[in-house]
Design a protein around this ligand. Structure first.
Ligand code: V1D
Ligand code: CA
Length: 418
């Protein structure tokens, strides 16, 4: 897969060779300490494993490494309701005694209240929102936050291991440039005639400028094995955000993401769902991914792309049932990067920890476009990667339940809608 053609390198703004990109990587050293509880498959420790691998490979020296700010309550309220944010803020494992409250906010075994839950939400969300600001300021071509990508969280409900939807908040931040600046102008001017004249001239100029500089359209692509329901729902009625999710469909969490679900009102045809079956391999996946994404890029022409890189679509995942290799997964990153549009990479699911770290580390390689040494350097967590200690591991011989006919039908239907 590596070095495969079929990319879409357009002239780059940051390098004539259309290869080099400025990459900013967001990491809070505390994130690996959060713990969902005994027996829970979601383990933030995988973010620390990935970071340690990146460090020992020398990749941190090739990126701008940023310690993100914690998101504030009012940042979260840009999407979530005040009462849900207040609940998260006060929730403690020892005080959650009222079953009605737990039911109201969907606090279940999937989404338990654990020690310092709110700080965890602030940490991963702060990193995604700061990553969006970094793109808005044109400080980077690619921004990365492996602790983000919690795509199931709803406006006033936790779901599928997700509490705050950092993706929705990051996309809102990307789209925000547009609206806020004119509000700042009146306070800058004093005399009243002068002021009203200047204000209207200034407003017109700002309006023109904001159309030139603001992000009008954001594309969201989701390669986690689960449907990206929370993000799709948030933007279901707008034509400024297109959501595209590839996922296992049929008796699988969360149960949404039918191919015929494609948005409402102004958002009709701006939600794309690609339902897949067990055992899909790299070749079948890209038989759909590439033509669908190529058409989306052509017709939607986004100003920025947010890619949720859930690693539970990898072969051998503890909760997943796909058969993608690390190269096949990373090929999605390589392909999207080749369009030379500002790109945000986020984490998501991924429950076989050693493969998550392998995959996200390799995706940083692809972001930077540097050589990869398959043999891992010695580091704190090397023991996880035995007996081979390589980045790349074999996929399985499981059956691919996606026939060529079913893939052709899905492709035809989706390309037709687009
Ligand atoms: F196996 C478990 C052990 C403990 C707690 C939960 C689970 C578990 C496994 N799979 N929970 C699930 C899924 N939930 C259900 C519902 C519970 N039943 C009553 C139905 O099947 C949730 C899977 C969430 C996947 C999250 C994600 O990978 O998409 C993700 N993306 O970003 C962050 C996480
Ligand atoms: Ca998905």
């Amino acid at each position: 897969m590596e070095g495969a053609g079929g990319g879409n390198s357009l002239p780059s703004t940051s390098g004539a060779d259309a290869v080099k990109r400025r990459v900013s990587y967001f990491y809070d050293p505390d994130v690996g300490n959060y713990y969902y509880g005994l027996g829970h498959p979601m383990k933030p420790h995988r973010i620390r494993m990935t970071h340690s691998l990146l460090e020992k490979y020398g990749l941190l020296d090739r990126m701008k490494v940023i310690h993100p700010q914690l998101a504030r309550d009012r940042d979260l309220c840009a999407f979530h309701t005040d009462d849900y944010v207040a609940f998260l803020q006060s929730a403690k494992p020892e005080t959650l005694t009222n079953p009605c409250v737990a039911r109201r906010f969907n606090i279940t075994d999937d989404c338990p209240v654990f020690y310092r839950l709110f700080e965890f939400c602030q940490t991963y969300t702060g990193a995604s929102v700061d990553a969006a600001k970094e793109l808005n300021r044109c400080n980077a071509d690619i921004v990365i936050n492996w602790s983000g990508g919690l795509h199931h969280a709803k406006r006033s409900e936790a779901s599928g291991f997700c509490y705050v939807n950092d993706i929705v908040l990051a996309i809102l931040k990307l789209l925000e440039n547009h609206d806020v600046s004119p509000l700042l102008v009146p306070s800058l001017l004093s005399s009243s005639f002068h002021r009203s004249f200047c204000v209207s001239v200034f407003h017109s100029l700002l309006l023109i400028c904001s159309f030139l500089i603001c992000l009008q359209r954001v594309l969201y692509v989701d390669i986690d094995i689960h449907h990206g329901d929370g993000v799709e729902e948030a933007f279901l009625t707008t034509d400024r955000v297109m959501t595209v999710s590839f996922h296992k469909f049929g008796e699988y969490f969360p149960g949404t993401g039918h191919i015929l679900d494609n948005g409402y009102g102004k958002g009709k045809y701006y939600a794309v769902n690609v339902p897949l079956n067990d055992g899909i391999d790299d070749e079948s996946y890209h038989y759909l991914f590439k033509p669908i994404i190529a058409k989306v890029m052509e017709v939607f022409n986004p100003d920025a792309v947010v890619l949720q890189c859930g690693a539970d679509s990898l072969s051998g995942d503890r909760l997943g049932c796909f058969n993608l290799s690390v190269k096949g997964h990373a090929e999605c990153v390589r392909y999207l990067r080749s369009f030379n549009v500002p790109l945000m990479l986020l984490g998501g699911g991924g429950y076989t920890l050693r493969n998550v770290a392998r995959c996200w580390c390799y995706e940083v390689y692809w972001s930077l476009h540097v050589e990869v040494n398959d043999k891992m350097p010695d580091h704190e967590y090397l023991g996880y990667y035995g007996p081979d200690y390589n980045i790349h591991v074999a996929t399985s011989n499981m059956e691919n339940k996606n026939s060529r006919k079913s893939l052709d039908d899905i492709k035809a239907k989706i390309l037709d809608n687009l």
